[in-house]
Design a protein around this ligand. Sequence first.
Ligand SMILES: [Zn+2]
Ligand SMILES: [Zn+2]
Length: 69
Amino acid sequence: MRCYDCLQEARSDTTGIGVCSRCGLATCENHARVRQVRVDHQNGLGSSYGRIPARRVVCHTCDMAETAH
Ligand SMILES: [Zn+2]
Ligand SMILES: [Zn+2]
């Protein structure tokens, strides 16, 4: 699995560590952004957040797109 951002930069020596949850492309340790997200638990009265955060990987490009104003 090759990191897409590294391929764009003509670097091929990196190994992908994950897949971006937004665009679905492989991303490496340098280009990945790992975020903690709260998980919504549905119960009879509505919803509440779980105590343990889940994890989400996005690539550098999608991270910039999400955080740009
Ligand atoms: Zn990379
Ligand atoms: Zn992405």
